[in-house]
Design a protein around this ligand. Structure first.
Ligand code: FEO
Length: 393
């Protein structure tokens, strides 16, 4: 088994071929359910477990460490990809106590029907001694559930951060080997679940500032032995003022009219020195679009109408953007309609959570004419002026 430090053993599971999480999030690189066994001189703790689909593998890994007794199962987060094997762990290790905060305890009782007697509650900042190793619990809520906490292993200066700083990747190595790949996966994961809670994430980052962290061991993806890489990336992602000179253009087209407008608009943005990331919604990897949304200054959604409303792919996109609440400063709508359209009102209402200035929409009846292309030029000019004002061009 792989070790992070003496008697700190990685016992988690790689799920190489998982391709979807929450029946929603694409997993191009699989994922892992990281769990860690810490053997102190007096007590042994297991930090998190695994998705129930991989309980047997986790048990096998624990057997290979020779762990005959586990005193504490530390549960950082109720979601079942980390907690789902706890009921089986309690059968294998019946004397173990589940250590967590009161909120997580209540949620574990709701979601997994774990008996109340099985728990030890801990407060923010409380410590638990394993003998020669000390665990300190740090509440790091809203990454993406309200109850999540981290554990600081004092003597080895390792932060076990659960979903926080994690990345959906299955990897052969324990530590980050390809930094660019891991940062992209971590940005995808941040965008998909944490972005709406970035003010809480800012608070959590502040809370960790006093720690001299040697390693960050999240519950998904490889361990960071250069933790400043991911901490600095997070600082940028949660900074409301750090937006990029990029326009994200999610679009859908049925008969090519909207496509022609998108092509013209994308070329116009490029000609003006603005970065652009178009995503053809029916075939796009939504995760790639989310990565772009983490720091793009502007989003322009492009769609045709189906009957009077926006194409359902555009409705889905607007609802997703609304839920993820990126720090986007400007938003626009372009597209083509057949005989009438309620598209602008509909999409604008769906994106009500977005704290973005809405730009003048550009709609064409049928195939765009010169007047429509001229209005797309005006829209691109307007975006350039606004990006200049932000100082990002
Ligand atoms: Fe990896 Fe929120 O569970």
């Amino acid at each position: 088994m792989k070790t992070l430090a003496e008697n700190v053993i990685a016992v988690g599971v790689q799920h190489w071929d998982r391709r979807l999480f929450d029946e929603l999030i694409p997993l191009p690189d699989g994922t892992s359910y990281n769990a860690y066994l810490i053997k102190g001189s007096q007590k042994t703790a297991l930090l998190d477990t695994a998705d129930p689909a991989k309980t047997e593998v986790l048990v096998d890994h624990l057997m290979r460490t020779g762990a005959e007794k586990i005193d504490y199962i530390i549960s950082h987060h109720t979601e079942q990809d980390h907690s789902g094997s706890i009921p089986d762990m309690l059968l294998v290790y019946p004397d173990a106590k589940v250590v967590t905060n009161p909120k997580c305890k209540a949620m574990l009782m709701d979601h997994l029907h774990i008996d109340e007697d099985a728990f030890i509650e801990v407060q923010d900042g409380q410590t638990l001694s394993l003998g020669d190793k000390t665990l300190r619990f740090i509440y790091t809520p809203w990454v993406h559930w309200p109850e999540t906490m981290s554990t600081w292993l004092v003597e080895d200066r390792i932060l076990f951060s659960c979903d926080f700083f994690g990345s959906h990747q299955a990897t052969a190595g324990l530590f980050v080997e390809d930094t660019a790949r891991t940062l992209e996966a971590a940005k995808r994961y941040y965008g998909e679940i944490m972005m709406p809670f970035r003010s809480s994430i800012r608070g959590n980052l502040k809370k960790l500032e006093g720690l001299d962290i040697r390693m960050i061991a999240p519950s998904h993806g490889p361990v960071y032995d250069h933790p400043e890489v991911i901490v600095n990336a997070y600082r940028e992602w949660v900074d409301e003022d750090k937006v990029a000179n990029v326009v994200v253009v999610p679009y859908v087209s049925m008969h090519g009219s909207t496509q022609k407008m998108v092509d013209y608009f994308v070329d116009g943005l490029i000609d003006r020195g603005i970065g652009v990331q178009p995503f053809n919604l029916p075939v796009a990897d939504v995760g790639q679009m989310v990565i772009a949304l983490v720091d793009a200054a502007t989003v322009v959604l492009a769609a045709p109408t189906v009957l009077l409303g926006a194409h359902p792919s555009a409705l889905y996109c607007a609802a997703l953007v609304n839920a993820l609440r990126p720090k986007t400063k400007f938003a626009g709508i372009i597209g083509s309609y057949g005989w009438g359209s309620k598209m602008v009102e509909q999409l604008t209402a769906l994106m009500g959570n977005l704290k973005a200035e809405m730009l003048e929409p550009v709609l064409a009846k049928g195939l765009a004419r010169a007047e429509t292309y001229s209005r797309l030029d005006t829209l691109a000019d307007n975006i350039l002026a606004k990006h200049r004002k932000l100082g990002i061009v």
